[in-house]
Write a protein that binds this ligand. Structure first.
Ligand SMILES: [Zn+2]
Length: 438
């Protein structure tokens, strides 16, 4: 904890120095020339909330930003000289169809949380800032919650009740998720983040169903927060000019699915938005930020023009619009020395000062398709039992911890596959890098 505070202080101090000495502008100019003349910064948000402190007690921290900080981000980007642009503008500049007089700043939202409609939409509308929201269409007009939110909530229930799950009745890999949390080796956020990237949706739903059953069912096992927009809300935003992109049907990490599923999830999510909203859908967001050549092929074949990742790298003029880089934002992205909002740090982050210095190590999203089911040996279960016997019970989930963008382990059986994984250093994970639990 002390280390984290010190790192934050060091980073905030560096940001202040960069800002007031003019180094920040020099770094931005360097990044601009590297990017082919213009910087194209695409930022990603999830939930914009009115009561950040309250929400932090019950939600995945790395998905949250307060309405006030969100507004400040937009004001800050404006003041720093960015043009607040649409995703279409960004693609046009990248593909040379348009030249930009200023660097571009593109606002995106993943998952279609209702918070975006409630708290981001009024701010965007008032400030005249364009934005795109990527929708997993099977969730729209339902009261379903995302697997990551349901699992996070269930893990808190398990911990609060000091419940010992019966692994024999759960999908085999469940011990990989629950073990590190119950023994205090990982926060629920970090463990979930790793696990969701490695296991197909059916494993997640298997664990959810089993845990709900073991905990005795009941409405309090489903999180109250994390509701998504309905089609009327989507249509209202669309009438005001806000754009919508596809984000699969069931919020599915498609690199873990066979081609038939990839095609269905991509094509039907696009068609559903087009039918419900009456607009053309040309943009896609990869769940968990993971993408493959196969997915890009399907997107191109079906009239898409772009795909966004969660790779925190600069976009370049002439780069691939189906591998658009994004900076994932949340409240702590802007936390200064004293834990309060820091304007200089925020702008330094926008201008990628820490990236220029090699202080952030982005996790790359390009993956091979992983089709084999994961196996977990009994050794893991035995190890866990031994660890649990020794462990001090963890009473509460560390909700103040960021969602760490730790390097997802390469799945067994994929040895030799071309997976490039860059582990995140603490500085990067603290301030800027909650890898999307999307
Ligand atoms: Zn998502």
């Amino acid at each position: 904890m002390a280390g984290k505070v010190l790192r934050r202080a060091a980073k905030a101090a560096a940001a202040g120095f960069f800002h007031y000495s003019g180094v920040r502008k020099a770094m931005a100019a360097y990044r601009r020339s590297q990017s082919g003349g213009r910087r194209i910064l695409i930022v990603s948000y999830h939930r914009v909330v009115s009561d950040f402190t309250g929400e932090l007690q019950r939600s995945i921290p790395g998905l949250l930003i307060s309405q006030e900080t969100f507004r400040r981000h937009l004001e800050e980007a404006n003041a720093a000289g960015y043009e607040l642009a649409s995703i279409g503008d960004a693609v046009d500049v990248m593909e040379g169809r348009r030249t930009a007089k200023k660097d571009l700043f593109v606002v995106t939202f993943d998952d279609g949380y209702r918070d975006v409609y409630r708290y981001a939409y009024p701010v965007l509308k008032q400030m005249g800032v364009p934005a795109i929201t990527y929708l997993p269409t099977a969730f729209i007009n339902t009261d379903k919650r995302f697997n990551h939110d349901r699992l996070f909530h269930l893990l808190r229930c398990v911990q609060e009740r000091k419940f010992r799950p019966d692994y024999d009745t759960m999908p085999t890999p469940s011990v990989q998720l629950l073990g590190p949390i119950l023994t205090g080796r990982k926060t629920a956020s970090a463990a979930l983040d790793d696990f969701i990237g490695e296991h197909p949706t059916r494993v997640l739903t298997g664990i959810i169903d089993s845990l709900e059953q073991q905990l005795g069912g009941g409405a309090d096992l489903v999180p109250e927060q994390g509701d998504v927009m309905n089609w009327d809300e989507v249509r209202q935003m669309a009438r005001d000019g806000f754009e919508f992109g596809a984000h699969t049907l069931g919020h599915t990490v498609l690199t873990l699915e066979p081609t038939e599923v990839v095609e269905k999830e991509i094509v039907e999510s696009k068609q559903t938005i087009e039918r419900e909203v009456g607009v053309q859908v040309k943009d896609f967001a990869y769940c968990n930020g993971w993408y493959s050549d196969e997915m890009i092929r399907v997107l191109k074949q079906n009239g898409f023009r772009s795909g966004v990742t969660t790779e925190d790298l600069p976009n370049r003029v002439g780069g691939d619009p189906f591998a658009l880089k994004r900076k994932v934002m949340w409240e702590n992205f802007s936390l200064g020395m004293m834990g309060d909002y820091s304007s200089t740090l925020t702008v330094c982050q926008f201008d990628d000062c820490f990236g220029v210095l090699g202080m952030s190590h982005p996790v790359l999203g390009h993956r091979p398709h992983i089709l084999a089911p994961m196996n977990t040996s009994n050794v893991l279960v035995e190890e866990l039992d031994a660890a649990l016997a020794k462990a001090t019970p963890v009473d509460v989930v560390d909700v103040t911890a960021p969602v760490i963008a730790s390097a997802p382990a390469v799945a067994p059986g994929t040895a030799g596959a071309q997976v490039v994984v860059a582990p995140n250093v603490a500085l990067a994970s603290e301030a800027a890098q909650p890898e999307e639990l999307q």
